[in-house]
Structures are given as C-alpha cells and as structure tokens.
Design a protein around this ligand. Structure first.
Ligand code: ZN
Length: 182
C-alpha cells in the first residue's frame, strides 16, 4: 500500500494564517507525522513536498500518479475573517470510479477529527456548489481515491488551540494512519 501525502501550499504561497499558525508550515509538519505513522504500520509513502517549496498543483498530482499511489491525501487548514467559523471539512472529487471510496475515507477522517474535539462540518463534493475546483483532486481521482482535508480554522480560537498542540497533532496523526491503513 502506498499513500501520497500532499502538504498544501508552501514556498511563496503561505496559504492561510492566524493565531500564530501558518497553513503551509502546519501542513508540512502534520504530513511528516502522518507519514511516520503510516510507515510504522507498513505502508509506503510519497510526499509531494518535504521542504518549504511550492510545487504546482498539477505537479503534485503527477507525483502521486507516477508513484502509483493507492490514495492521495491533501492536507490544508482553513482561515477566514469571521473568527467564529470553526471545524473540519473534507472534499472529494464527485467523478470517476473512486468517488465512493474517497467519500468514505473523508467520512472516516472527519470522524477521527471529531473524536479529537474538532467539529465535523461534513464531507463535500469538490464542485461549483461548494465553490471548489481542486486541481489536485481532479488530476488524481481517475486513478486513485483522493481526498483533501481542511483540518480546522486556524483563525478560530478553539480550533487553533487544538492545532497548536503537538500532542494533539501526534495523537491525531497516529489515529488517522490507522484508519487509512485499515
Ligand atoms: Zn489550503
């Protein structure tokens, strides 16, 4: 089993920021933890980036496809002006042979997050109704299940407190790795 892990943003693209968290850094750090636990459970991993750089979205997808990964997981955090917005959400591409599987994996990962205290905003198809068109999902979903997880709102006090806690991140990465391998 091979899992492609995609830490969102990077380099000149910091993503969102708030409460001392920068999305690109959070994603990279969490990706490393998740990768560690996946490998400990016997899975192979391939990362779309391991340093603070910005591969294009199509390059990220190409890396996963070229590696013949069995699953693509993109790691992001939300951030908005409205500081009351909170919770985690997950997206999947609503096309292709793997959409059912992708949706199921989204649901399971959000359940793990909910157990860790992060409100579940739900699983959403990557389409116009959600104002999304996510290249990394579109370019991978034909050949593997592909999900993009927004782990929480770093602009929200409750969410950012959890996400700043390295013990929380470590426990979450371990549980997510188990769910993915199962
Ligand atoms: Zn992002």
């Amino acid at each position: 089993m091979k899992i492609a892990i995609d830490p969102g943003h990077g380099g000149s693209d910091p993503g969102t920021s708030g409460n001392g968290i920068k999305e690109k850094d959070w994603a990279l750090e969490f990706a490393a933890r998740l990768g560690h636990h996946l490998r400990a459970l016997g899975a192979e991993t391939v990362m779309t980036r391991i340093i603070d750089e910005r591969p294009s979205l199509s390059k990220r997808a190409r890396i996963a496809v070229a590696a013949h990964a069995d699953l693509f997981v993109s790691i992001h955090t939300n951030g908005v002006l409205d500081r009351t917005a909170n919770g985690a959400e997950a997206f999947y591409a609503p096309t292709g042979n793997h959409q059912g599987n992708s949706k199921g994996i989204c649901e399971q990962l959000l359940t793990v997050l909910a157990t860790a205290g992060m409100r579940n905003r739900g699983v959403k198809p990557d389409n116009k109704s959600n104002h999304k068109s996510l290249t990394v999902l579109r370019n991978t979903c034909k050949v593997m299940p592909a999900v993009l997880v927004e782990f929480g709102f770093i602009t929200n006090t409750h969410d950012s407190k959890l996400m700043s806690d390295k013990y929380w991140r470590e426990a979450l990465a371990e549980k997510m790795a188990k769910v993915i391998v199962e």
